[in-house]
Design a protein around this ligand. Structure first.
Ligand code: A2P
Length: 282
């Protein structure tokens, strides 16, 4: 990858720009609109949002302000947990498109798996939702479909359908590697995307990462993003600060050595959100 618009290729052939601009926890209104426009101005062409972020209309406004033709952008959104099931998924998709001001999505994800903890028939619930996603994909309304926060046992049922998930977006950053899920995805041709690539800012004070950053003359945020890319995972950094938006995209003029990659891998667990897909109450 040499710049922001270089693609990973998804199963099925759709190209996805290798760094996405994240919008989780970006306040609705002018902040979201201005920061999405700033990201597009800085060269990002991949915008990641979700219905539950509550900012899709403002993200859509920012996309419009960015002034880049729709077919040069890659827009992802996610189906919220209250909208699972075949009929509700179809309706939620329409609402998301209307709010974003687009008539198609590049990628639509099931935000969290229905799990055993909340549903006796959790596998059927996920399958019914997935059936709607497949139909929307078939109809050309979504270019690629996938999931988020799915562990291998959640993915398993969907792998047997006509169209397997092309993406799994999970928490992934130094201190949170989810090795089993990443391995499963790799074996099954599913691209892993990293939410909270900076651990929501929690990993930025880590002294070991600081020492590596100093060696390369880069910030800890840039080290995290580069480390994720070198793992062939797609980072989705979030910032509402124009200088940081640019900084997080400036990661193509250096390469972490194999030794430093391994040193970051070996840091152990820290800075994680603690959200477990089989335990969350939403
Ligand atoms: P802000 O949005 O106020 O600029 P993550 O992407 O892991 O969710 O992390 C997002 C958090 O990290 C936000 O609080 C964001 O702050 C902060 N952040 C994003 N990029 C940088 C950066 N380059 N340096 C320092 N903090 C950053």
């Amino acid at each position: 990858m040499d710049n922001l618009t270089d693609d990973f290729e998804l199963t099925g052939g759709v190209g996805i720009p290798c760094i996405g601009y994240g919008t989780w926890q970006t306040p609705d209104g002018e902040v979201a609109a201005a920061s999405v426009a700033a990201a597009i101005e800085a060269g990002y062409r991949h915008i990641d949002t979700a219905a539950v972020y509550g900012n899709e209309q403002s993200v859509g406004e920012g996309i419009a302000r960015g002034g880049v033709p729709r077919d040069q952008l890659f827009i992802t959104s996610k189906l919220w947990n209250t909208e699972r099931g075949y009929e509700k998924t179809l309706a939620a998709f329409e609402k998301t498109c209307a709010d974003l001001g687009t008539d198609y999505l590049d990628l639509y994800l099931i935000h969290w798996p229905a799990s055993e903890h909340q549903f006796e028939d959790w596998e059927e619930v996920n399958l019914a939702t997935w059936r709607a996603m497949c139909e929307l994909h078939q109809a050309g309304k979504i270019r690629a479909i996938g999931v988020s926060n799915f562990l291998p046992h959640h993915l398993e049922a969907l792998m047997k359908t006509d169209v397997a998930p092309m993406v799994d977006q999970i928490e992934f950053h130094p201190g949170c590697m989810q090795a089993k899920t990443v391995e499963y995805c790799r074996e099954h041709g599913i691209l892993v995307e990293a939410w909270s690539p900076l651990g929501c800012g929690r990993v930025l004070q880590n002294a070991d990462l600081g020492a590596i950053a100093a060696k390369y003359g880069k910030s800890v945020a840039q080290i995290c993003i580069r480390w994720i890319l070198q793992h062939e995972v797609l980072p989705l950094p979030k910032s509402v600060t124009p200088s940081r938006i640019r900084e997080n995209a400036d990661v193509f003029d250096f390469e972490l050595s194999a030794e430093d990659m391994a040193a970051i891998d070996a840091l152990g667990e820290f800075g994680g959100s603690g959200l477990h897909p089989d335990k969350v109450d939403f």
